[in-house]
Write a protein that binds this ligand. Structure first.
Ligand code: SF4
Ligand code: SF4
Length: 156
């Protein structure tokens, strides 16, 4: 066996089998009534930890500090496996607007940091999170940057 990334607390395992069902690499199985990692490839997707109703699995690659925000208090409790707040999601998405009434004001750094943290909760292929955010905090810098982008594409 190689690449074991998750932490199992077997004493918390209720042998429900949910983690076994959701693992895309079939890394987990019940051995003598307890869950065990018997696979070879863990991509640290976190599905097993998310599905476990007893908190018996932790994925140490998932940085819990990413759920700490400075400008608001987040509910960090994951929804139980199979329970989703679909009406809430639809309401949020339907309420979204592209507001273009910009004002000249430097944004608070904490708010910008929180926005990036929210952004990285989006899905990424195999949870690789290979992304880079460039925060341009002033309107003047945005306009300057837009000029460089336009210049680049007008030459190509
Ligand atoms: S983190 Fe993902 S790949 Fe690794 S054991 Fe859990 S479900 Fe399987
Ligand atoms: S989901 Fe949790 S309780 Fe269920 S088998 Fe896996 S580790 Fe045990």
């Amino acid at each position: 066996m190689t690449d074991i990334i998750i932490n199992l607390t077997r004493s918390l395992c209720g042998a429900c089998g949910l983690c076994i069902d959701v693992c895309p690499f079939k890394n987990l199985e019940l051995v003598e009534g307890e869950v065990a990692y018997t696979g070879e490839t863990c991509i640290s997707c976190g599905h097993c930890a998310a599905a476990c109703p007893n908190g018996a699995i932790q994925d140490p690659v998932i940085d819990s500090s990413e759920g700490e925000y400075e400008t608001f208090i987040a509910d960090k409790q994951w929804l139980p496996h199979g329970q989703y707040d679909t009406p809430g999601l639809v309401r949020l998405m339907a309420s979204r607007r592209s507001c273009r009434n910009f004002i000249e004001r430097t944004m608070d750094r904490a708010l910008l940091d929180d926005l990036v943290k929210i952004g990285i909760t989006a899905p990424s292929g195999t949870n690789c999170q290979l992304w880079t955010f460039t925060v341009i905090p002033t309107r003047k810098a945005v306009i300057s940057f837009a000029g460089h982008i336009a210049s680049f594409f007008s030459k190509s």
